[in-house]
Design a binder for this molecule. Sequence first.
Ligand code: HEC
Ligand code: HEC
Length: 305
Amino acid sequence: MKRLLVLLALLVIAGIIGVFVPWHGDAPSINAVGDPERGEYVLAMGGCVACHTDAKNGGALLAGGRALATPFGVFYSSNITPDPEAGIGGWTTGDFVRAMRQGLSPDGQHYYPAFPYPSYAKMTEQDLVDLKAYLDTVEPIGTQVEPHDIGFPFNIRQSLVGWKLLFFDDSPFEPDPGQSDLWNRGAYLVRGPGHCGECHTPRNLLGGPDESRYLAGNPVGAEGKATPNITPHDTGIADWSENDIAFSLESGLTPDYDSFGAGMGEVVKDGTSKLTSEDREAIAAFLISLTPIESAAPSASSTED
Ligand code: HEC
Ligand code: HEC
């Protein structure tokens, strides 16, 4: 409780400072031309379809409106089809890159981190330019999305300046020259577009990620369910081989042939199953190399303790 109050006080102070300190500059002007075919692959790397398509209610591709339940309330994903009114049709490539890397809308509003831009901030400019070129080819849908259903003070977007000052690191992805190309590709996919940490890393009471426990599991993950530890610890996936991991990301099945539940099932269906086997191997190589971290709470599937 005390920790929550301290964090809330910090958030308020940071929010007040934020009113006077503008968050970075204008949208970058980008002349590079994107390749829509490559962009469709980047879409799978980023798992955008799972959140931005309301599949349960028969929603059109990327037309948004999918409800995302969080401890802060219910968010509805945006319409990211190229409709000029309801979607992002009027956006320049620079607007899009700034939204993905800075969490800022074209008119300078802050986005909620329910949109995993803290991970997408690590994506290369070329990947984002190609992704925008692909999004431009999607069928425009004119459906407006309903507003988020969240409580005070989080319903005030300006309070997100506080959140960003405390938790948002917009530094680009840096490859580690001491590691192989495969490992670096895996690190990029996991930390950047794959946004695996958004669900698998625990968060504090204000929704800030605990980077010291990166990928060590989240007792209250997406939709309030526990998300398992995917570091190579006994309480995580120590007994999974690299092949097991790559196979599960392709098939949606664990090594015991259980199928993944909702959250991870979608990640596989609209994301990792569409990647090349080399990219799945890269993800596996990176996960296997992580420092093993013990889970704070036993994961749902764990039989230990
Ligand atoms: C975990 C769910 C989730 C994933 C995955 C996700 N988004 Fe979103 N996205 C959201 C939510 C929620 C919002 C609304 C944020 C807000 O209102 O502050 C949003 C907003 C956006 C916006 C701003 C739209 C506007 O009209 O202002 C863009 C652009 C966007 N997302 C693109 C993407 C792309 C591209 C991907 C894949 C690389 C992606 N998103 C993946 C949940 C998600
Ligand atoms: C939307 C939230 C979400 C995202 C994003 C996500 N996961 Fe998961 N993941 C889950 C959930 C929930 C489970 C548990 C599924 C189950 O028990 O059926 C899981 C399970 C797993 C497992 C199996 C662990 C075990 O012990 O059974 C692996 C491996 C895994 N995820 C890897 C990844 C990788 C790699 C990424 C990034 C490419 C990723 N996940 C992104 C939610 C997510």
